[in-house]
Design a protein around this ligand. Sequence first.
Ligand code: WQD
Length: 344
Amino acid sequence: MAKVLVTGGTGFIGSHTVVELQNVGFEVIIVDNLSNSNIDVLNGIEKITGIRPAFENIDCVDYVSMDRMFDKYNDIDAIIHFAAFKAVGESVEKPLLYYRNNLISLVNLLQLMPIHKVKNIVFSSSCTVYGQPDILPVTEEAPIKIALSPYGNTKQIGEEIIRDTIHSNPCYQSIILRYFNPIGAHASAEIGELPNGVPNNLLPFVTQTAIGLRKQLQVFGNDYNTPDGSCIRDYIHVVDLAKAHVIAVQRMLNEKTTSRVETFNLGTGVGLSVLEIIENFEKVTGVKVPYRIVDRREGDIEKVWADPTYANDVLGWSANETVEETLRSAWAWELNLAQRAQAE
Ligand code: WQD
């Protein structure tokens, strides 16, 4: 059974990817320092698949511990590297925290791979690398612009580190996946997005407001050059995103890649505004979301959505979930969290 190391595997996208990997027979090892996730996620994964993944509480920045981990699991076939800090606003306040964590963790992995004969790595990147694209929908050929935040810069630099490393050493193979906006939760409502503290991202703030944990949602600006004035994003179901990672690992293991670094946009190809998300959520759930328009948030781009043609054609992957189903799954997860809190 092929073995996949998933760093950040107790996180939002990581945990959903672990489930999809196990569903098709991969053996999974999770490395996570639980800095932005909870060990209980392992229970959720096990409830869904019946398999509790191996778990190592390690910080990927800790080279010696990571080296020992590779010795322990000495036949890893591929790595999916999620472990990174990802809050745009926090990265502006604490840039060195982001550069150290997000870049040293990647450099450690790339240094350890040839030592431990691991060839394949999937890198978690982001549409943030495009900044505000000049042309929409955005393709993989779009120019990489000056990052608007240290977070976005760590993704750009991370991609460059991978490309330079692989150019220097043919032993590696990498697939870079540029996510648009992941939202939603597994249909079981056993795992989902669980940000620590006040959510940075839109959807958890919407669902926490709908359930009454937050008084009111703040919409960051309605004076953008968009139909309703609020920002537009490409919201993709996290399970669709997870499935793309399985395909990427299989593609490398089956040696189907056409170059040693391949890069794909993972989005639906549809842009929705903040106000449209609120409207769709209220329609799907029947629950009002109190909100008010406030000033723009620093670092926000106006509008971005993917051209997913390349991933559709080359990976044979596409985002299948409707926005209604995606929003419904996010709400079901929030309701499950509330039930658990009441039971405690
Ligand atoms: C979406 C829209 C906000 C919160 C970032 C990263 C990206 C990815 C997801 C990790 C924007 C608006 C939000 C709120 C609001 N990171 N908003 N009120 O900034 O597009 O992407 O997070 O996976 O790489 O760049 O996502 O959900 O924060 O914001 O009005 O309380 O919702 O202004 O227009 P973003 P987001």
